[in-house]
Each structure stands twice: as C-alpha cells, then as structure tokens.
Write a protein that binds this ligand. Structure first.
Ligand code: NIG
Ligand code: FE
Length: 419
C-alpha cells in the first residue's frame, strides 16, 4: 500500500497521554494534541508530528491538504446490540405515558418482543438491517464496533445472529468485535424451567460459539428477573474455560451484584453501572475492570444517569458507548452520547474524547486502537470542525468530513466505498 501524507491538520489528537496514564483521569494534556500537524500512513501510522518537521523522505508521496481539519483516532463504539428486527416505537410512546421499562417488559414487551421479531427474520433480512446500521456508524467516524447477539435465545437463532456479525466483519472494512449475549433474558419457552436454558447455554451454545470462533466476549445481563449473580458465575466460568473474555451488563436497573461478579471473575468491562455502590466501585478499580457508561439509555428511558464524575475522580477508567438497541437506546450517534455525557454527567471534553477512543479500546482488549502513534492502525476520523471542542458542542450534527480505515479512505464526497 502506498503512503498517504495528510497535511493542513489544525489539531491532531494522538491520545498519547491517555495511553501513558491508562485512561485514568484524562486531562487536556492527555489528548496529546499536535497543532498544525501532518500524519503519514499506509495500513499503519508511519509518522505523526508537526507539519514543519515532516521528514523530506515523504515529500514525493501522495499529499492531501485537509485545510484545517481536526483528526482523531477512529472512534470506537464498544457496546451495541444492532442485530435485531422489529419495531418498539410503541414502547417508547408507552414510556412517554409514564409506563416504566420494567412494567413494559413484565407485560410481554421489552427484550422478548425483539426476540420474537428477530427469530422470525431471515438471515438476509437481519444482515441487511444490520449492515445499514453499521454504515451509519461508519459515516459518523466509528471505525471499531462491538456487536452483541442476544435477541435469538435459541441455539439456531443465536448462531444465526453471530453469523450475521461474522458476515458484516467479512464484508465491511471496520474492526468488528463479536460478543455472545445468549444470557440476555430467559426465553419465554423456558419461563418455568430456567435451569434448562442455562444448561443449553453451558452445554450447547457456549461450546459451539467458541468452537466456531463466533465471539470474542461472553456478556450476561445480571438483573432481577433476568440472571442472578450465581447463574452468572456458572455461565461465565464455562465461557472462560472456552477461551471467551467477559463483559457484564451490571447494576442497570438495580444494585444486583453484577459489578462484584465482574471484579471477581476478571471481566474486561462492567457496563451500565447506574446503581453501582461505593464498595463495587472500589472492587472494579482494584481488579482493573473498565467501566462502560451508556448515558443514552438513561436519556431514552428518562431515568437517572450513572455518577460518572464520582467514578472518574476515584480513578476508574471510563468508556462511553451508545448501547444502540431497540429498547433502551435507539441511536448509533456516539457524538450525541458524548454531549449527553458532558451536560448530564458533567464529564469534561477530554474525558469524553478518551472515553470513545482509548478507553473504549481498553474495554475491548484492543491494544493497537484508540490512539495515534507510529505503528498503530491507521484508523482516522477527520472532522471538518475548527476545534475538537466543537465535537460535543454541535450536538447531534455529523461533523465528519472523511474516514480512513487501516489507511484506506472510505468516504469521499458523500459516497462510501467499502470494498
Ligand atoms: O443494554 N439491559 C439489557 N439489554 C439492553 C436492552 C435491551 C432491550 O431492551 O432490548 C441494554 O440496555
Ligand atoms: Fe446493552
């Protein structure tokens, strides 16, 4: 692959300090901002620095003048559930009439209504729906995307979803990290025999998912009426034995023991944490678990936000993600989530930028993503904005002007080239 030289960069955010501090308490200095920068890359970054110091050896390579753009490492959405069919707009309307998420789920809506629609959808239908969602994420500068299963809840349907994710990974250029979330809810047919479903998860699904290498992570929803911490331990131990890494949906609707399980089991991340206790916070920090906050869900449900300030000030590295799913956050707009994080959770701009780049990479165990340095993957999100502080400010506006994935430009004049 030939080298490309990007010049005319007003601000290049390398995140070098965030990397050095492992994403703890990120400050403006940690963003590693280079003003009037140039970047040279093929699949990987070969050089980054001030344009006036650009080595002569690159002067014959292809040059692109960005005319004052802001360059970030490609954004990372580290928690999504985008493989689903069906429509739950009526649930949103019910919530606007003051029905709670739990009331709606108890009345047969919620996750199980999406399970029904997703089971009925063919592989091709699901692929097409999900592909559109992934392209939307890419158009917003997302170059790494985690995607969970969890709306199938039978052996065949969970495998169908994971194979959709596999095909997305094969056909699209971004980094896709698949997560098995078979323990998302007890399926209706096992309502009175939950042990049997757990047995299927442990004896059939996890071994097959691992054998066919369909997932990197195993996730579980630890919550009242979903899975208990004891069941979680049983399921996750099998997952670990099969080589899967762990994530946990923890303390979303109540304090139910998901976070302490995450700490005990060496999970890579604990996600949600709206109801995290101080003891849980200390154990997550001690065990090196990354906290993934999903404020879009609290925004969409009209419930309380996780206390991000407290987590960050205690030294817990925080990632932010959309949680894109039909029930609790029907958007893939990660920059809008960043604005919500600033205004509702009082996170600073350097904290949110770190949370959607370097810390999101940590939440996916990726060591070569989320920062820009010689040798890292050339994933670049280029914003036509005068300063990085504009990113959460112009809220919900897509300020991306182009995107490079592994060195290849995939957006040019509003047309997407993915092959
Ligand atoms: O992360 N909490 C569990 N899972 C999703 C919601 C799923 C749904 O309502 O369909 C979440 O918020
Ligand atoms: Fe989720």
């Amino acid at each position: 692959m030939n080298l490309t030289v990007l010049k005319g960069i007003k601000e290049c955010l390398t995140l070098s300090g965030a990397r050095a501090n492992r994403g703890v308490k990120p400050t403006k200095e940690d963003l590693g901002i280079i003003e009037n920068a140039a970047v040279v890359f093929d699949e990987k970054i070969r050089w980054v620095g001030q344009e006036r110091e650009l080595p002569k050896e690159f002067s014959n390579e292809m040059q692109i003048d960005l005319k004052g753009a802001v360059v970030l490492p490609g954004l990372i959405d580290c928690h999504t559930h985008i493989v689903f069919a069906g429509d739950r707009s009526h649930e949103y309307a019910m919530r606007a009439e003051r029905k709670s998420y739990r009331d709606i789920a108890d009345a047969g809506g919620g996750i199980l209504s999406t399970v029904k629609a997703t089971r009925e959808a063919t592989f091709d239908e699901l692929f097409s729906l999900s592909r559109t969602r992934v392209l939307e994420s890419m158009s917003r500068g997302i170059t790494t995307l985690e995607i969970k299963s969890g709306y199938g809840l039978t052996v065949d349907d969970e495998i169908k979803i994971l194979k959709v994710i596999k095909k997305l990974k094969e056909e699209l250029p971004l980094t896709i990290i698949p997560t098995f979330l078979g323990a998302h809810a007890i399926p209706p047919e096992f309502k009175n025999n939950r042990e049997k479903y757990i047995q299927i998860l442990c004896e059939n699904l996890i071994p097959q998912v691992a054998k066919e290498k369909l997932a990197t992570f195993c996730d579980i929803f630890i919550e009242k009426n979903y899975f208990t911490p004891d069941e979680g331990k049983q399921i996750l131990e099998i997952a670990v034995r099969h080589g899967l890494k762990i994530k946990i949906h923890a303390e979303q609707l109540s304090n139910f023991g998901g976070a302490s399980l995450a700490a005990k089991m060496g999970a890579i991340s604990a996600d949600h944490l709206e109801h995290l206790s101080d003891t849980d916070l200390a154990s997550l920090k001690k065990s090196g678990v990354i906290g993934v906050l999903l404020p879009g869900a609290a925004f969409f449900l009209g419930t309380a936000y996780p206390p991000a300030r407290k987590f960050i000030d205690h030294g817990l590295p925080i990632a932010l993600s959309t949680d894109w799913n039909p029930g609790t956050c029907m958007t893939g707009n990660l920059m809008l989530i960043s604005t919500i994080a600033c205004s509702q959770m009082k996170m600073t701009v350097p904290e949110v930028i770190t949370a959607i780049t370097f810390n999101a990479a940590q939440a996916l165990s990726l060591t070569n993503h989320g920062f820009l340095e010689q040798g890292t993957r050339a994933d670049l999100a280029i914003f036509g904005s005068p300063s990085y502080e504009c990113l959460p400010y112009h809220f919900s506006v897509n300020q991306i002007s182009s995107v490079f994935i592994a060195g290849k430009m995939i957006r040019r004049e509003n047309t997407w080239e993915t092959s």
